[in-house]
Design a protein around this ligand. Structure first.
Ligand code: AMP
Length: 227
């Protein structure tokens, strides 16, 4: 059964961590627009050069660049089984174009998982976040440190801090979330697709809540398909 999910939440809410778990369990393509942009920047492509100007400052990359990149990615065959969109749509324009393109297709959205955390906890998580350059695993130097400082437990890769994980960029990212992304949530709430999850809990508890939402959706819709 197809399973198309959007995962939403401000920077530091744990979208990356939950996405890794969802991808592994449900075998759907994880599409993170932030990771895609960082990859373009690493490869010094034209798109990467344009995007990095905005990302460094904690601003959103212009909608037309982002939408084109996502629609291209969704047309790839690994998305036929379903997708997990992490970090998109982040503005009402993106949501409207996206919905119009997918609404009549098997790529329409089934569930929106919204991770909620209070602002103070977010700042702490972001400033202490470290990421593996090789496999993307996420650590926190206080609450989830690697066994050996600077080295990934999973693959031995080097851990780094994202260039935009500093207080100044973070303030702007939070502001842009409030102003541009909150209306996207309201839009999907009206469509009754949003499931709020308290992401201030431990990773295990957040994951249990996420799994419950997805499993309930699958159980209800598998029944419908069988009827
Ligand atoms: P993330 O890894 O999701 O925190 O994204 C990092 C940065 O990439 C954001 O602060 C934005 O500058 C840019 N970005 C990611 N997704 C989008 C999007 N859907 N629209 C515009 N900019 C984006």
């Amino acid at each position: 059964m197809k399973l198309n999910i959007l995962i939403m939440g401000p920077a530091g809410a744990g979208k990356g961590t939950m996405s890794e778990l969802i991808e592994k369990k449900y075998n759907i393509a994880h599409i993170s627009t932030g990771d895609m942009f960082r990859n373009e920047i690493k490869n010094n492509t034209q798109l990467g050069q344009r995007a990095s100007e905005y990302i460094k400052q904690g601003l959103l990359v212009p909608d037309e660049l982002t939408i084109e990149m996502v629609l291209n990615r969704l047309s790839q065959p690994d998305c036929d089984n379903g997708y997990l969109l992490d970090g998109f749509p982040r503005s009402l324009i993106q949501a409207n174009v996206f919905d119009t393109k997918v609404i009549e297709t098997p790529k329409d959205v089934n569930l929106v998982i919204n991770l909620t955390v209070d602002k103070e906890a977010l700042i702490d998580r972001i400033v202490n976040r470290r990421i593996c350059r090789k496999c993307g695993a996420v650590y926190n130097i206080n609450t989830l440190p690697p066994k050996q400082e600077g080295i990934c437990d999973e693959c031995g890769g080097e851990l780094y801090q994202r260039a935009d994980d500093n207080r100044e960029s973070l303030e702007r990212r939070m502001q842009s979330y409030e102003v541009e992304t909150t209306p996207v949530l309201t839009h999907y709430k009206r469509l009754n697709l949003v499931h709020d999850i308290n992401a201030s809990q431990t990773i295990e508890k957040v994951w249990a809540d996420v799994e419950k939402v997805i499993d309930e959706y699958l159980a209800q819709n598998t029944q419908k398909e069988e009827m």
